[in-house]
Design a protein around this ligand. Structure first.
Ligand SMILES: Cc1ncc(COP(=O)(O)O)c(C=O)c1O
Length: 352
């Protein structure tokens, strides 16, 4: 590919931090882990953060810390990565999948089911969801909110960072995300001390003290070397987000139709994905591929249409229509202005 869809970042600073941690700290539970957690909590505006081994793990452990399990129901949107729903099933609760807003692909609660036990809104593509509607639904139902902020490190809603809006925030550091730890990793954020202590226990096999275990748990910790790399990445996150926002403005200025999904009017997206929505999606994708330019579809198959979810029999028509029209363009900070302009030229050839 002349312009790939994604570039894995590896810098000298990441390498030095990794080597320093490997040489000087315990491989598991080294001081980089607690420092990364403190810095991430400060960045997000929460009292606490607890790192885990993935975004999926962050979601699953959060549900467990809130006591979600068998006979419970948890709402989440169908336009997301499958982990947003799998985490619910892994606790033996039932996933209640909702349809989405056709404009921005975010959660739509207008036809929601009542009598649920928790909600996992997703800040999809790095764009904060309509959190006021999520919050009033959760308040009516008296249920906790677990934000799936796996794609939205640093995004804001009404001046507050995502991950600090609900009861628990969950983040992923998978290498394609806006920040990584040089491998898999995740983070939970919360203001609730009891919850953070439970999460720290569950990620460590349900440990209470050195030799006592009072709950079921996993080995789901973040390795020290990954935390050390995460600290470096967090330091540069805002400058990289700023570059993503420049790239989206180049696209917006130069595409003959503004077919980019809108940003939440009450928020600030971090443009994890820059997504266009167009009837000629497949032609655009072919034009880009013919010219060695990468693109991707997030998500080609809504969760309820995946084999493992078909048994629930959901029909969620907006998401099905939406998934046929969307295309993610390269959005990484290393993309040059000229490359962004070249992408616009090819998209314009099809849509003008
Ligand atoms: C919206 C969303 N939720 C959950 C996850 C799961 O994160 P991970 O891949 O780190 O398990 C991801 C990342 O892939 C995601 O994009």
């Amino acid at each position: 590919m002349k312009i790939p869809f994604f570039i894995q970042e590896f810098t000298v600073e990441m390498e030095e931090a990794a080597i320093h941690a490997l040489r000087n700290e315990s491989f598991v539970g080294g001081e980089s882990v607690s420092k990364f957690e403190e810095e991430f909590a400060k960045y997000t505006g929460t009292k606490y953060a607890a790192s885990v081994s993935s975004g999926n793990g962050a979601l699953q452990i959060s549900l467990m810390a809130l006591g979600i399990g068998e006979s419970h129901k948890v709402i989440t949107p169908t336009n997301s990565f499958i982990a947003s729903a799998n985490c619910i099933r892994m606790t033996n609760a039932k996933p209640i999948l909702t349809d989405i807003d056709m404009d921005d692909g975010g959660i739509d609660l207008s036809n929601n089911e009542n009598n649920v036990n928790a909600i996992i809104p997703v800040h999809i593509y790095g764009n904060p969801c309509d959190f006021d509607s999520v919050k009033s639904f959760a308040e009516e139902q008296k249920i906790p909110i677990i934000e799936d902020a796996c794609q939205a490190h640093g995004a804001e809603y009404k001046g507050k960072k995502v991950g600090s809006l609900g009861d628990i925030g969950c983040f992923s550091f998978y290498p394609t995300k806006n920040m990584t730890v040089g491998g898999d990793g995740g983070m939970t954020t919360t203001d609730d001390e009891e919850i953070v202590l439970k999460i720290k226990s569950i990620r460590d096999n349900g440990r209470k003290t050195k030799n006592e275990f009072d709950k079921l748990g996993f080995t789901m910790r973040l390795n020290t070397v990954n935390a050390a790399i995460g600290r470096v990445q967090l330091k540069h996150l805002d400058e990289k987000t700023a570059r993503r926002r420049e790239i989206v403005s180049i696209y917006r200025k130069n595409l003959v139709q503004d077919c980019i999904l809108p940003e939440n009017k009450d928020g600030k997206s971090v443009y994890h994905q820059i997504v266009i929505k167009h009837e000629k999606r497949d032609e655009i994708r072919k034009e880009l591929a013919d010219n060695q330019i990468g693109s991707a579809i997030y998500y080609e198959t809504p969760i309820h249409k995946q084999l493992i979810y078909q048994e629930f029999g959901y029909e969620l028509p907006n998401s099905e229509k939406f998934s046929k029209k969307i295309l993610s363009l390269p959005s990484y900070p290393q993309l040059t202005d000229d490359q962004a302009l070249e992408i616009c030229e090819h998209v314009n050839k099809i849509i003008s």
